[in-house]
Design a protein around this ligand. Structure first.
Ligand SMILES: *Cc1c(COP(=O)(O)O)cnc(C)c1O
Length: 371
């Protein structure tokens, strides 16, 4: 038997690609960094958890149902979403997190030689999925922490199939307002798909934030992403979806393998949709935490970006990867931003006051020691 010839088996774009390394489980990290408790402020989860009705569904899940395949097309959830957004159920496609639907869209539209356009400092999964699928990802630098409309339009060519916008942007929290977004959509040829990732839309408080679900009626090339992972507190169950014009979603649906969304996730999400009280409470919670961080970071003389979303990005007078390790020894986990091309920056998720205070105390400690 001859030996495995990986070098010949692998396409160039896979050889080049570096796998994402997920963080280890808490007990492992706590042993590694010698801390007795750990505040995870790295993933923008909602510390208030899922809405009550979803908790109830999770508690009462009938165990024998684990043996049965889920609905292959999230039937009831799509009906509920259709009702909520005044659309047809077939205008929604549910996936194993919004992460999965990114792949659906790229597979549906891109072929050899095509490219996608997005920002250099935004959610990295658009770029990653394009690259490990063999497509060029064109990255337009942010301007004043915002997507650069002009720069993106200039970067689009005949082979651009999809433009990915993140609104509000992770990690900067900046957003496209209604007017700017519509101007951009008007300027873009409808031969291209524009994806608007609204993972954090439920946290937005600005009045001029666009209602993209209704813009789908005017711009048939628009595809909107939503998730139950952030505001709805269901990150562990993995469920998100996309919405678009009927024929667009019909095309995208061809690329998705059924049964990727489990029964419990579908039922919990169904119960979670439309719990306005949960949204109001969570927004207020985030506002208070953000106000606290603004005050404290100003007191520490640090530069930071605290706009929309349940996170704040902070510039440090030291390497972010070093800061990450030092904060870990104090039991606080943040997101280091080198991977987002923001060296010397960290992103911190808004959480309970106890965790916010622990973070500020740990930050003060490591900054004091570093001077
Ligand atoms: C968290 C996040 C997602 C992915 O959410 P899942 O539904 O958990 O896969 C997508 N886009 C952005 C901008 C995010 O921050």
């Amino acid at each position: 038997m001859s030996c495995l010839q990986l070098e010949r088996l692998l396409p160039e774009y896979i050889k080049r690609f570096e796998a994402y390394i997920p963080s280890k489980p808490d007990p492992e990290l706590m042993r590694l960094y010698g801390c007795s408790r750990l505040y995870r402020l790295n993933n923008n989860e909602n510390p208030l958890g899922p809405p009550d009705a979803a908790l109830e569904v999770i508690r009462n899940f009938f165990p024998p149902k684990a043996a049965i395949y889920p609905s292959g097309d999230a039937y009831y959830l799509r009906q509920k979403l259709a009702e909520k957004f005044s659309k047809h159920p077939d205008q929604f496609l549910v996936g194993n997190g919004a992460n999965e639907v990114i792949g659906f869209v790229i597979k549906a539209f891109c072929e050899s030689g095509d490219n996608i356009v997005t920002a250099d400092k935004t959610f990295a999964v658009y770029e990653w999925v394009a690259e490990f699928s063999g497509f060029e990802a064109r990255l337009v630098p942010l301007k004043d922490y915002e997507f650069d409309d002009r720069g993106m339009l200039d970067c689009i060519d005949d082979r651009t199939k999809i433009v990915f916008l993140c609104n509000p942007n992770n990690p900067t929290g900046t957003y496209w307002n209604r007017e700017r977004l519509e101007r951009f959509l008007d300027a873009i040829d409808s031969r291209r798909i524009v994806v608007i990732d609204e993972a954090y839309c439920e946290f937005v408080e600005a009045d001029d934030y666009p209602d993209c679900m209704s813009l789908i009626d005017r711009y048939p090339n628009l595809v909107v992403f939503r998730t139950f992972s952030k505001m709805y507190g269901l990150a562990g169950l993995r469920i998100g979806y996309l919405a678009g014009e009927l024929s667009v979603v019909d095309a995208i649906r061809r690329t998705c393998v059924v049964y990727s969304v489990n029964t419990l996730a579908q039922e919990a999400a169904l119960a979670a949709v439309g719990d306005e009280g949960h949204l109001v409470r969570s927004r207020q919670f985030v506002r208070q935490g953000k106000d606290f961080l603004r005050r404290e970071l100003t007191r520490l003389g640090l530069t930071f970006v605290a706009r929309e979303g349940n996170y704040v990005m902070i510039e440090l007078p030291m390497s972010d990867t070093l800061a990450y390790r030092k904060l870990m020894t104090q039991g606080v986990m943040v997101r280091s931003m080198t991977g987002f091309r923001f060296p010397n920056h960290i992103r911190v998720t808004i959480s309970f006051m106890e965790a916010m205070e622990a973070f500020i105390e740990a930050l003060e400690t490591i900054l004091r020691r570093s001077v």
